[in-house]
Design a protein around this ligand. Structure first.
Ligand code: ISE
Length: 345
C-alpha cells in the first residue's frame, strides 16, 4: 500500500511540529505539500522534508490531486472555509482545534459533513490519545469505581503568546477540559460558570488569569477547572476523578526524581504542551494515518476515540457559554441543537 500524501496547512509552532512528526515518526505517510500565509516559512519547512513542495494557496493545496488528506494547523478563523473545501474534495482532514471560531459556522460544518454521509473530519483534541487519559476512560468504563461524580482539573501554562486575552483562555485552554469532560463522562455539558479570582499581578494588564470554570452535566456531574496560563513555572495538566467507590489522578508527572546536594530533591516539569502531550500527538497521528489509509472513517465504530465535527461543535457551544459567563459573572446554560436532529452527525 502506498504512503498517504498529506498537505499540512499552517506551519507555525504546532504545524511545524506535526510536519516533523509525520516525516520522522509516523509510518505510512509523507508530507507532500506545505502551506503557510508566510511563504518564506513554508519554504523553510519544505526544505527540510524530501519531496515536499510549497503550494501558496491553501484551497489549491486542498484540491491538489497529489494530496490524499489534509492537516489543518492554520489560525482558527480560516478553518471554516478550509474544512468546507476538504468536504467538497472528499479529503479526510485532521483539524487542530477549534473546529471553527463560532457556534453557527461549527454547526454548518457538522451539517455539511452529515449531508455527505461520510465522516471526513477529525478534530485535534489530542488528550483523548494520551495514555493516562485513555487509562482513566478505561477505568470508568470498567465500572470498578462505580459511578463517576466529579472531576477536579488543573490547567497551567508557564506563559502564553501576547495575543492571548481573557476569552482566549476559555476558547483555547478550557476547551481541552470541555472535550475531556465529554470524553470521560460521555455526556454533553449543560452549563458553565466562570469565576474571576484576584488576577495574577504578573499577568499582562487587563487579562483575567487565573480563572475558575465550573461545569455541570445534564445528569448533575460537577467539573471544576483552575486555568492559570501565566504561572512562569511550567506546563501542568492534572485531572482527578472522584467516583462512587474511589478516586484516581493523572498528570502528576512523576518521572525521574532526583536527590542531590545541597539537600534538595525534585524532578522536571514539561515546558509546554508539545512535550507533555508529545506521545498523545504521535498516537493521534499514527491512528489517523492508519485509518485514512484503510478507508476507515474517523468517528466510526472501528475508530471510536477520534473526536468528530460534532465534538468540535459541542466544544464551541460550551466555550461560547463560557465567554458569556466570563462577562456576566453568572452561570450560563449551554445552547446546542439535538444531535438526533442531524441525520449522520
Ligand atoms: C494551546 O493552544 C493548547 O492547545 C494547549 O494545550 C493549552 O494548554 C494552551 O493553554 C493553549 O493555548
Amino acid at each position: 500500500m502506498s504512503d498517504l500524501r498529506v498537505a499540512v496547512l499552517g506551519v507555525g509552532v504546532m504545524g511545524a511540529d506535526h510536519v516533523e512528526r509525520l516525516s520522522t515518526r509516523i509510518a505510512g505517510v509523507k508530507v507532500a505539500v506545505v502551506n503557510d500565509f508566510i511563504e518564506a516559512r513554508a519554504e523553510e519547512v519544505a526544505a527540510g522534508v524530501p519531496g515536499c513542495r510549497v503550494v501558496s494557496d491553501p484551497l489549491e493545496a486542498i484540491a491538489d490531486p497529489d494530496v490524499d488528506a489534509v492537516v489543518l494547523a492554520t489560525p482558527g478563523p480560516t478553518h471554516d472555509k478550509q474544512l468546507l473545501a476538504c468536504l467538497e474534495h472528499r479529503k479526510p482532514v485532521l483539524c487542530e482545534k477549534p473546529l471553527t471560531t463560532d457556534v453557527d459556522s461549527a454547526l454548518d460544518v457538522v451539517r455539511r459533513e452529515a449531508e455527505l454521509g461520510v465522516r471526513l473530519i477529525q478534530v485535534g483534541f489530542m488528550r483523548r490519545f494520551d495514555p493516562e487519559y485513555a487509562e482513566l476512560k478505561t477505568l470508568i468504563g470498567a465500572g470498578e469505581f462505580g459511578q463517576p461524580l466529579v472531576l477536579h482539573c488543573v490547567h497551567r501554562n508557564a506563559a502564553v503568546p501576547p495575543s492571548f486575552d481573557s476569552t482566549i483562555i476559555v476558547k483555547d485552554s478550557l476547551v481541552h477540559e470541555v472535550d475531556v469532560t465529554r470524553f470521560l463522562f460521555d455526556e454533553e455539558i449543560a452549563s458553565v460558570h466562570i469565576l474571576r479570582p484576584t488576577p495574577n499581578p504578573g499577568a499582562p494588564e487587563g487579562i483575567q488569569d487565573p480563572q475558575i470554570a465550573i461545569m455541570k452535566t445534564p445528569s448533575g456531574k460537577h467539573v471544576d477547572v483552575e486555568l492559570f496560563v501565566t504561572t512562569g513555572v511550567g506546563y501542568e495538566v492534572r485531572t482527578e476523578l472522584v467516583a462512587e467507590k474511589g478516586t484516581a489522578m493523572i498528570g502528576l508527572e512523576v518521572g525521574l526524581i532526583r536527590k542531590g546536594v545541597p539537600g534538595t530533591w525534585g524532578g522536571a516539569i514539561a515546558p509546554d504542551f508539545r512535550v507533555r502531550f508529545g506521545t498523545a500527538y504521535d498516537i493521534e497521528f499514527q491512528r489517523w494515518v492508519a485509518a485514512v489509509r484503510h478507508g476507515i472513517a474517523t468517528g466510526s465504530d472501528d475508530y471510536t476515540d477520534g473526536p468528530t465535527a460534532w465534538d468540535g461543535y459541542a466544544a464551541a457551544a460550551v466555550c461560547a457559554a463560557g465567554v458569556e459567563s466570563l462577562a456576566s459573572g453568572r452561570p450560563v446554560e449551554v445552547k446546542m441543537v439535538e444531535r438526533a436532529s442531524i441525520k449522520g452527525a
